[in-house]
Design a protein around this ligand. Sequence first.
Ligand code: COA
Length: 125
Amino acid sequence: MFLGIDICSTARLRKALERSPFLRDEVFSPAEVEYCAGARVPEQHLAARWAAKEACLKAVGLSVLGYDLSRLEVVHRSTGQPELAVRSPELRADLERVTGSRSFTTLLSISHETDYSVACVMVMP
Ligand SMILES: CC(C)(COP(=O)(O)OP(=O)(O)OC[C@H]1O[C@@H](n2cnc3c(N)ncnc32)[C@H](O)[C@@H]1OP(=O)(O)O)[C@@H](O)C(=O)NCCC(=O)NCCS
């Protein structure tokens, strides 16, 4: 079992997107951008998604630089509970390799406060 956590500052994410607007599409999927745009403070939810992607890769000791992060997507179950959809074939292959399992699963939990968002990810073989 692998566990990762990450925290992301809302202000830092906002500044990064102002400086480099292309990051929005590079890091987040269209559905993530749409979901966050509908929130009162979109950057807070984008920060949570950045933290979720970092936490997943941190859990298994992989680098965020190695993958198309927009294809590691935060989605919601019908209950509202968030989960990760691993749509990047490269990342899926590496997660299979690290976990030693073709049927690995992930668990995700997200929380926000005004200034920071946190995400915790568990990866299980
Ligand atoms: C889920 C809940 C704990 C969120 O707590 P909160 O203090 O308001 O907000 P937080 O900042 O800590 O967490 C927000 C995140 O919780 C997650 N979340 C939402 N619903 C959730 C659920 N049912 N279970 C687990 N996580 C949930 C989301 O990922 C959300 O972040 P996002 O909108 O960026 O994806 C709270 O709304 C709650 O108790 N809801 C009751 C459960 C419920 O509504 N169930 C629906 C049954 S159909």
